[in-house]
Design a protein around this ligand. Structure first.
Ligand code: CUA
Length: 411
C-alpha cells in the first residue's frame, strides 16, 4: 500500500500503458500473441487466487477456536481422512486450469517460433548481430557492390528499417557475449548466443517508429544497448533501400545542384506522421521531438552548409583513425569493429539508440563517449591505448565540428 501511495502520482502514467517500450500496447501479431497468452495466465491465476482466498477465509472463520478448551483440544484421528470427492475434484480442477493455460502456450510457441508457412513467400530476412554495446543489421537479400570488389549484404547500425505489413525473420547472432533482442511492441525477447543460431520473427501492422532494447545483461553499458525499428510502407521501404545501397557521398550545395542521383532520396516519405507515436513521449527529455518526423527529416538531402568543413572532417576521419573501426562505403573507412557509418547522417539516433542524432549530441558523443556509454570500444581502444592507457590523439572542438559536418553530410 505504501508503495502504491508513493507511486500515486505515477499511476496515471502506469495505467495509460502507452510508453514507448510498453508490451501492453502491441503493434504486431507476434507481440499480440505473447500479450494474449500473458492475459490468459493472469485470468486463470486470478481465478485460483480468489477461490483459494475465499476457502481459506471461510475455514479460518468457520473453524476458529471458540473457547480456551477448543484451543487445547486434540484433533480426533478420523478428522484427517478428507473427502475423496473433494480431492479428486481439486486435482481435476487443477489439471483443467493447466490445460487452459497450456493450449494457448503451445500454440503461441509454434506461432512465434517462425514466419507462418503461408507468409514465408513474402517475408524478408535480416541478420542482427549483437556487439558490446550496439546492434548491426544486415539485409542478405540486398547485395551491395563493395569498393574493393565482390558483394556483401547491405548493412546498417542500430536502426532497423523494415516494410510494414511484411513478416520479418531476424537471424540472431552475437560477436561477443550473450545479448537478447527485444522490440517490446513487436516481438521478443530471444537471446543472441555465441555459437548458436537463434531467430525470431515479427510483423508491424502499420508504419511506425518502435524502440528496441538488449534484454540480457551483457556488461556495464547493457542498459543503454538500444536500437530503433522503423516500419515503412512498402514503397517508402523500396526508396529507402535504393538510397542505402548507394555508396557514401557528401552532400554539398554544388553536388546537390549538379547530381541527378540525389533526386531519389528527396522523396518526401509523406503520410507517415499520422501513425507517429510522438505524443506518447510527453515530457521525456530524451524524446522531445516526434521521432518519426525526425526520421523523415533525416531522409531529406539538405545541402551541406560548408563544403570546406565537410572535406576537413573527411580527412580527420581518416587521420584520427576512425577508419580502423568504421566503414564509410566508398570513402576511406573499411573497419568492422564499430557500426557502419555510410549513411549515418540519415539516422535519427547515435550511440546505439541512446542519443538523438543532432549536431550538438554528435559533438558531445565524439568528445566524450565514455560519459554516455561507459566501457565502449570507441574510447577504450579507439581514443585510449588499451595497453598503455595513454591517449592516442586529441580532438579540438573545431576538429569535432568538422567531423560532425562530415558525418551529417552522409545521407
Ligand atoms: Cu547487450 Cu545487454
Amino acid at each position: 500500500l505504501a508503495l502504491l501511495l508513493l507511486s500515486g502520482c505515477k499511476l496515471a502514467e502506469v495505467f495509460s500503458l502507452s510508453g514507448p517500450q510498453s508490451t501492453m500496447v502491441t503493434a504486431g501479431p507476434v507481440a499480440k500473441t505473447q500479450w494474449d497468452l500473458f492475459m490468459v495466465t493472469v485470468y486463470v491465476t486470478t481465478f485460483i487466487f480468489v477461490i483459494t482466498g475465499a476457502v481459506l477465509a471461510y475455514a479460518q472463520i468457520k473453524f476458529r477456536a471458540k473457547s480456551e478448551a477448543d484451543e487445547h483440544a486434540e484433533v480426533p484421528a478420523e478428522a484427517g481422512h478428507g473427502n475423496p470427492f473433494v480431492e479428486i475434484g481439486l486435482i481435476a480442477g487443477s489439471v483443467a486450469l493447466l490445460v487452459i493455460i497450456a493450449i494457448p502456450t503451445v500454440q503461441g510457441i509454434w506461432y512465434t517460433h517462425d514466419v507462418p508457412e503461408a507468409e514465408k513467400g513474402s517475408a524478408i530476412e535480416i541478420n542482427a548481430t549483437g556487439y558490446q554495446w550496439w546492434f548491426k543489421f544486415e539485409y542478405p537479400s540486398e547485395m551491395v557492390a563493395q569498393p574493393f570488389g565482390g558483394e556483401a549484404p547491405l548493412v546498417t547500425g542500430n536502426e532497423l528499417v523494415v516494410p510494414a505489413g511484411t513478416p520479418v525473420r531476424v537471424n540472431l547472432r552475437t560477436i561477443d557475449v550473450i545479448h537478447s533482442f527485444w522490440i517490446p511492441k513487436l516481438a521478443g525477447k530471444v537471446d543472441m548466443m555465441p555459437n548458436r543460431a537463434n531467430h525470431l520473427w515479427f510483423k508491424a501492422d502499420k508504419p511506425g517508429y518502435f524502440y528496441g532494447q538488449c534484454a540480457e545483461y551483457c556488461g556495464e553499458s547493457h542498459a543503454i544497448m538500444k536500437f530503433r525499428v522503423i516500419a515503412l510502407s512498402l514503397s517508402d521501404y523500396v526508396k529507402w533501400v535504393e538510397n542505402q545501397k548507394q555508396a557514401a557521398r557528401t552532400v554539398t550545395a554544388q553536388s546537390l545542384a549538379a547530381a541527378t542521383v540525389n533526386e531519389q532520396p528527396k522523396a518526401s516519405f509523406a503520410g507517415l506522421s499520422s501513425t507517429s507515436p510522438g505524443s506518447t513521449f510527453g515530457s521525456s527529455p530524451q524524446f522531445d521531438t516526434d521521432p518519426f518526423a525526425g526520421w523523415q527529416a533525416k531522409q531529406r538531402l539538405d545541402a551541406g552548409e560548408d563544403a570546406g568543413l565537410i572535406a576537413t572532417g573527411r580527412k580527420l576521419f581518416a587521420d584520427k583513425t576512425c577508419i580502423t573501426c568504421h566503414t564509410v562505403r566508398g570513402h576511406e573507412g573499411i573497419g568492422i569493429t564499430g557500426p557502419d557509418l555510410t549513411h549515418v547522417g540519415a539516422r535519427t539516433s547515435i550511440a546505439a539508440g541512446v542519443l538523438e542524432n543532432s549536431a550538438e549530441r554528435l559533438h558531445q558523443w565524439i568528445k566524450d563517449p565514455e560519459f554516455f556509454k561507459p566501457g565502449n570500444k570507441m574510447y577504450h581502444g579507439g581514443y585510449i591505448d588499451v595497453q598503455t592507457k595513454q591517449p592516442k590523439f586529441t580532438l579540438t572542438d573545431t576538429e569535432i565540428d568538422a567531423l560532425v559536418a562530415y558525418l551529417h553530410s552522409l545521407k
